[in-house]
Every structure is written in C-alpha cells, then in structure tokens.
Design a protein around this ligand. Structure first.
Ligand code: FES
Length: 145
C-alpha cells in the first residue's frame, strides 16, 4: 500500500520548512500529519516522511516507535491512554484501569500526561479527560461512540 500526503499536508510541509532550521526537524510534525490523515503510520508513510525530511527511514521509524501516541498498525478499537505515573496512581488510576478493562477499548499505559493537578487522567486522541471517576469514564466513552 503506497502512501502520499494529501495536498493540504504537502502545503503544510512546505510552509513548515521555512520555519524550521533543517528539514529533519519536520519529522514529528510529519508523523502527526500521517497519524491524522491515515489513522496509523505505515512503513510506506515512513519512507515518504524520510524523503521530505532528508532523514534515513530508520531514524523516522525510531521516532515513530519511541512515542506511544503514534500507531504503526490500523486501530480496530479506540485507544485509551491511561497515565500510570505517581499523581494519577495516588488519585485512583488503578480503579480507572480496572474499570476500562471491562470496556471494548485498547488500553495503553503511559507516563505522565502533563496534567498531574487533575489526576487521574486518561487521553483519547489528543484530548485529556481529567479528575476521572468510573462514572466519568463511562460518560466519556458513551459520548465518543
Ligand atoms: S501523573 Fe498523571 S498526568 Fe501527571
């Protein structure tokens, strides 16, 4: 399966090239573009990003696999990232995790989501859901179906 950036994303890449000191700095923005355009990052997309960023494909792959928010395969279920770091742990993330295990979602344990003051936190797509309770989790999931 070949990958091509949309015309809109190609225009965005050209605009960003003027803002960044080197094309390699576009690696993360390009990965986000692919993630939003396709829903996951294929090896063909990694090759395409490598061309646009003058970066070896393996380096792009390493960046894509380092971050938990990028998906390297099509997603069959909704991904729910649940923070497992201290503040969330102390405020009840274990209960949230147990509750989510009963749902038809893909649970991803992640480190701090940068919202410790409103723990426990989960993230779906780019949105943080904070001060979670099991009831709030149900409300969020119901609203997203
Ligand atoms: S510890 Fe969970 S958001 Fe920071």
């Amino acid at each position: 399966m070949s990958f091509k950036f949309s015309d809109e994303n190609l225009a965005e890449i050209e605009a960003l090239k003027k803002r960044y000191p080197s094309p390699k700095a576009l690696t993360l923005p390009c990965l986000w573009m692919v993630e939003y355009q396709e829903g996951f990052i294929s090896l063909d997309a990694i090759d395409e990003i490598a061309k646009h960023t003058d970066t070896p494909p393996m380096e792009v792959y390493r960046v894509a696999t380092f971050y938990t928010m990028f998906h390297l395969e099509p997603q069959k279920k909704m991904n729910v990232q649940v923070c497992k770091t201290l503040s969330c742990k102390l405020c009840g993330s274990d209960e949230i995790l147990e509750h989510l295990k009963e749902k038809d979602v893909n649970i991803v344990h992640v480190e701090c989501l940068g919202s410790c003051g409103t723990a426990p936190v989960m993230q779906i797509e780019d949105i943080n859901y904070e001060n979670l309770t099991t009831e709030k989790v149900d409300e969020v999931l119901k609203g997203l179906k």
